[in-house]
Ligand binder design. Structure first.
Ligand SMILES: *Cc1c(COP(=O)(O)O)cnc(C)c1O
Length: 389
């Protein structure tokens, strides 16, 4: 190890474009700090302009976007909702908080997204909605999912928490489904610490969305001069993003192209490093089809054995490089079991989930640390697979 500089490569680090501070101070001095003010409006305008989305509601988190979407979709007790088991708890919570039942579907082994070929078998007379996600920012096969939904008269709420900036067949991921939920959490590509957006692509739902966002009141009609007093008219909650956070977010959206470019260098480097192992058949990496444009949110490896996965994580840690496991499948988690599931109900999700590792991924890594990180991974893989030279 003589002469080798040691570094510490974290799993994730938020990126600053440089304009956040000015925007935040500006928002502070405006003295309009709650939701739907100057920076919130600017963010929405810019997002719609860049990605041709339906209506956009800025909300406090990706989780809140999913919860507001579930209310808007009128999910009720005993409704069934089909979603992948390989996702974050928030996807399922939005469903079960309405009293509806999660119906877990297997994943596609190329992307770890929902396997659309297995959706129709799960549809019953109680099915109301499908909630696919875009794991690691790679779009699910959303056109096929929309076809299935149309055929069976189902709503689609797309959990696009990880795929802001990704495109499927030329259209932003958030533009396809009835509803889409983006996240601007610190760990996502574009962030304001905690934040999210609900995209509504059905114009007939917009008025009601305003009520839900404002604690179930028609305050929006008062602000628009339509009414003089507002009333409690619907379900609702406080689904608003404070303008100071929107100011942070605006700096990021303005620079999203540069952020995506930096991140793309990491995807490229990981692909090159891992290709020989993929060719040998010991590792699998995300498969991105030519009709997808990804936002470079994350990168995963599925190892041939769980043991090799663990060795990889541990040996990298010894070199100060922090890779992590992916999701613990929801169907076999304590909550999944309460809904009657057991691990072997979804054997593919269970097996691949156990062998998956997510690699360090953040915009600044492209400028500093990437080579150190690649060298460490290269060494570790040589140890695991006894490659010499
Ligand atoms: C991050 C994430 C969420 C939750 O977003 P928050 O903004 O953290 O609430 C939901 N679903 C998926 C798939 C996510 O990755």
């Amino acid at each position: 190890m003589f002469g080798k500089k040691t570094m510490k490569i974290l799993f994730n680090k938020p990126y600053l474009t440089g304009n956040e501070e000015n925007n935040i101070l500006n928002a502070l001095k405006n003295k309009q700090h709650c939701g739907n003010h100057k920076f919130g409006k600017l963010c929405i305008e810019l997002m719609k302009e860049k990605h041709i989305l339906g209506d956009v509601f800025l909300v406090p988190s990706g989780t809140a976007a999913l919860e507001m979407g579930a209310l808007l979709a009128n999910l009720e007790a005993d409704d069934e909702v089909i979603l992948p088991s390989y996702t974050f708890s928030s996807t399922a919570n939005a469903i079960v908080l309405r009293g509806a039942k999660p119906i877990f579907c297997e994943v596609d082994t190329d992307t770890m997204n929902i396997d659309y070929n297995k959706i129709e078998n799960l549809i019953t007379s109680r099915t109301k909605m499908i909630v696919p996600i875009d794991y690691a920012g790679i779009p699910c096969i959303i056109d096929k999912i929309m076809e299935i939904a149309k055929k069976h008269n189902l709503i689609v709420m797309h959990d696009t928490a990880q795929s802001y900036g990704s495109y499927y067949k030329g259209k932003a991921t958030g533009a396809w489904a009835d509803l889409a939920a983006y996240s601007f959490h610190e760990t996502k590509n574009i962030t304001c610490g905690e934040g999210g957006a609900l995209v509504i692509n059905r114009t007939e739902w917009i008025e009601r969305a305003n009520f839900l966002q404002e604690k179930g009141t028609d305050r929006s009609l008062v602000l628009n001069g339509v009414k003089s007093k507002y009333h409690w008219v619907d379900y609702g909650s406080s689904f608003l993003l404070a303008d100071i956070l929107a100011a942070h977010l605006y700096a990021q959206i303005e620079n999203e192209k540069e952020i995506k470019e930096k991140r793309s260098k990491i995807t490229e480097a990981y692909n090159i490093l891992l290709q020989p192992y993929v060719a040998k058949g010991v590792l699998r990496i995300p498969k991105v089809e030519s009709y997808m444009e990804i936002n470079h949110h994350a990168f995963w490896i599925i190892f041939d054995t769980q043991n090799n996965k663990e060795m990889f994580i541990n040996l990298l840690r010894e070199r100060n490089v922090y890779a992590y496991i992916g999701y613990m499948p929801l169907h076999s988690s304590p909550m999944g079991k309460k809904f009657g599931y057991i691990a072997k109900d979804l054997p593919i999700t269970e097996e691949l989930g156990n062998k998956l590792v997510r690699l360090p991924f953040y915009a600044d890594l492209a400028d500093e640390g990437l080579n150190y990180c690649l060298d460490a991974m290269s060494d570790v893989l040589k140890v695991i697979y006894s490659v010499t030279g």
